[in-house]
Design a protein around this ligand. Structure first.
Ligand SMILES: [Zn+2]
Ligand SMILES: [Zn+2]
Length: 352
């Protein structure tokens, strides 16, 4: 429905972007810089000038080919903080200049039995930003307004960006881990998502044990209030009521299951996981231990999490990169050289 959408005069025709040109190891620079037309709005959409886009491990999986591209030369990036620069005629609730977030989930059918029962994260027709449609490694990005998030005050653009996937997915993973009130939580891997979910759990009264290979991440965990921090394959100092596996390492599934107390739940947070080794029923599952996956998130998860951080300040550790260094950010994430969340600084607010 082009032509029905008023676009402000001062928008350029073209923009700078990064695309996944040929998936391969991050060290081999699978991203390519490209000039693309500024996205045209369809009905129901808003156009956002991208200020910051955080770098998610899913971007890495796409760039490296662990997740098959939906189409060639897709712009990755689904943790976008930007300002609204155009609004389709039929959109209500968003204003020019408003700071908004664009996240991973960008469309669901609303009619299938998953959508009908509040599990839109499982909708078979769902679409994702930076995979089914161009994302935020670009100067502009369009999104259906129903899937954009108003953002809380009290945080910088840099701090907000990682909340939009790392934060929301971590929050859903924590809920899927079914941690009882005041319970003991194990966190395996301590990147962007884990460091946010850990703070939510601690704010809710949990005791958190972090198990991760990177020494800097263990220090960060302790500084954020974790009760202990050990190596990825260590045993935690006490049995766990629940655990979340953030590291995309299937070898850690039996390790985490063995660390669970009877009745405990392991939630696997990643979209991609290396193979899980053979499990032994007695050692890993008996006594009602459970293992669960986490698939994307619902908009309700997103709103609940953003409401939580609006009232409980979380510390967001970021490693910023210039827009021109997007491929370096991915390579650093692949090599575990990033503290907290990597992010790309793309634009600045209020310029036209
Ligand atoms: Zn559906
Ligand atoms: Zn993500």
């Amino acid at each position: 429905m082009l032509g029905s959408v008023p676009v402000r005069q001062d928008l350029p025709d073209d923009m700078a972007a990064w695309v996944v040109h040929e998936p391969g190891p991050a060290a081999g620079h699978p991203l390519r810089r490209k000039t693309l037309p500024v996205p045209q709005l369809s009905l129901g959409e808003i156009l956002v000038r991208v200020l910051v886009c955080a770098v998610c491990r899913t971007d890495l999986h796409l760039a490296e080919g662990d997740l098959a591209p939906k189409s060639p030369d897709t712009v990755p990036g689904h943790e976008v903080v930007g300002e609204v620069v155009a609004v389709a005629d039929d959109v209500v609730g968003f204003e020019y200049g408003q700071r908004v977030g664009i996240a991973w989930l960008r469309w669901t059918c609303g009619r299938c039995h998953y959508c009908q029962r509040g599990a839109e994260n499982l909708c078979p027709a769902s679409r994702y930003t930076g995979w089914d449609a161009d994302g935020g490694y670009a100067e502009y990005a369009a999104v259906p307004a129903d899937y954009a998030y108003p953002l809380p005050t009290g945080y910088s653009d840099d701090e907000l960006a990682p909340l939009l996937c790392a934060g929301i997915i971590g929050y859903r993973a924590l809920r899927r881990a079914a941690l009882p009130p005041g319970g003991r939580l194990g966190v395996y891997g301590f990147g962007a998502s884990a460091h946010l979910a850990t703070q939510v759990a601690i704010a809710e009264g949990a005791t958190v044990h972090v198990l991760t290979r990177a020494g800097g991440a263990r220090e960060l965990a302790l500084s954020l209030g974790a009760a202990s921090a050990g190596q990825a394959y260590d045993s935690p100092p006490e049995p766990l009521d629940a655990a979340i596996l953030f590291a995309p390492v299937g070898d850690l599934v039996p390790v985490a299951l063995e660390a669970l107390d009877a009745g405990g739940t392991l939630a696997i947070a990643g979209i991609h996981l290396s193979d899980i080794p053979e499990l032994n029923y007695q050692r890993h599952l008996f006594r009602e231990r459970q293992v669960r996956s986490v698939t994307a998130n619902t908009r309700t998860d997103g709103r609940e999490f953003l409401d939580f951080v609006a009232t409980h300040h979380v510390h967001v550790t970021t490693t910023p990169y210039a827009f021109a260094a997007a491929d370096q950010a991915l390579a650093d994430l692949a090599a575990d050289r990033v503290a907290g969340a990597a992010l790309l600084r793309i634009g600045s607010a209020g310029h036209g």
